[in-house]
Design a protein around this ligand. Sequence first.
Ligand SMILES: Nc1ncnc2c1ncn2[C@@H]1O[C@H](COP(=O)(O)OP(=O)(O)OP(=O)(O)O)[C@@H](O)[C@H]1O
Length: 249
Amino acid sequence: MNMSVIYIKDLFKSFGTLDVLKGVELNLEPKENLAVLGKSGSGKSVLIKIIAGLISPDKGHVEVLGKNLEHISKKELEQLRLKLGFCFQNSALYDSMTINENILFPLKYALKTDTPAEMQKKADQVLEAVGLLRSKNQMPSELSGGQKKRIGIARTVVMNPEIILYDEPTSGLDPITCVEVNELILRIKHEYDTSAIIITHDLTCAKHTSDRISVLLDGYFKKTGKFDEVFNEEANNEIKEFYNYNFIK
Ligand SMILES: Nc1ncnc2c1ncn2[C@@H]1O[C@H](COP(=O)(O)OP(=O)(O)OP(=O)(O)O)[C@@H](O)[C@H]1O
């Protein structure tokens, strides 16, 4: 039996004459963080959209939390999506709502199972976990970029997802705030027992937040392994040069 929370085999996706994914293989284990590195346009977002069932592959096997996406009903897909948390690049907060209302929003409109008191308790817990409980009555416009990222993560975590998909979690942040966000991603994994795919161009983020990294090049994962295995002496020049390993601490 396959124990992976995401299992992808022989995945192909083209748009017209553009072959984007050409034989992607991926295994995400329970409680594992996997960073996906790849150039702009290499197909990282397409891969995430396929995992979320938003677009269909041309060919290949995609299994998420034991469900084969090829044979899944609409209702099952809706239920599955509740177990997937998306952290968008721009945090995607509602500007006209307070931080507290932003956190409550998915609980109220997607989960619909808790009493108001239960929802508020969950919201307070995640705000505490990301260190921003005191900001709960502020508006998003009053927060820094790093604080917004943390709220975006809190809003995802409040739904208690089994898998979190982070899209460029450190983009646009200064190096010190990047470290804070990286630490938060790790803390979330340990405190909430989640697995995650972290799409990033930031090698420091990949190194610190993930158990393994996969490098998407030419439509498939050229290399997967622990950071030091991928960027070792024997790594081919494509991998070494592209990510300019020398700049990493
Ligand atoms: N719906 C679509 N129709 C046509 N082409 C698409 C579609 N979605 C993605 N593409 C193309 O697929 C390629 C991969 O796109 P994707 O958004 O996955 O790249 P990415 O690796 O996420 O890039 P970035 O790091 O810049 O976000 C691009 O050339 C893009 O134009």
